[in-house]
Design a protein around this ligand. Sequence first.
Ligand code: MG
Ligand code: MG
Length: 256
Amino acid sequence: MVKPKTEEEIALLRENAIIVSKTLAEVGKWVAPGVTTARLNEVAETFIRDNGAVPSFLGFEGFPAATCMSVNDVVVHGFPSDYVLKEGDIVSCDIGTLYKGYNGDSAYTFPVGEVDAATQKLLDVTKASLYKGIEAAVAGARTGDIGHAVQTYAESFGFSVVRELEGHGLGKEMHEAPGIPNFGRRGHGAKLPEGLVICIEPMINAGGRGVYLARNGWAVHTSDHKKSAHFELTVVVRRGKAERLSTFDYIESTGK
Ligand code: MG
Ligand code: MG
């Protein structure tokens, strides 16, 4: 059921979103060649707990870690590991919190050291496609309007959109209705009521859109093993313009 939130609920979701946003920035400070993704996970988990929240991903449907750390051709749901990041890699950090009974959920893909121009373009376009999606997330619009905005923008640069995974509503549950696909047709899909809180999270591939599930049952890889980027923010659907609850401002003020 697509259910708008009360302003009291939105206030709690905003508190979660701020913790998640600050956690991403904390992780970003540590992203560098020579660092393991397990270390990044540890930084995130410590920061989340120090802020009185719980990492919501840990144990979710059996997920073994506090965060998802997805390197290069891993689209999403990578396990933090002893993989040592190297110059030119990208790492998507997806972070969730549970705090005061509500959820936070946002993601950012960091470059590791210097990345090549094509990789930087993938990061820039994926982040910009998220903002295009947010612009479309206004009261009375439909989920297809968001998907259409993300898809047409990303594809105009020759990139492709992962279709097997999508954004979602957010509240007491980490994944609530409606699903928010990153592709679609204008005027189609569930209608967005004012006060609905959603996560928009484009997953954009440098190559083809095909993906497969790793044998561990979690990590989603690109079929052609080209890089994939993932950015996610939480917004409230409002009249005329969505309100952002989470933000990349804390990350970007550190120059990442
Ligand atoms: Mg997420
Ligand atoms: Mg999400």
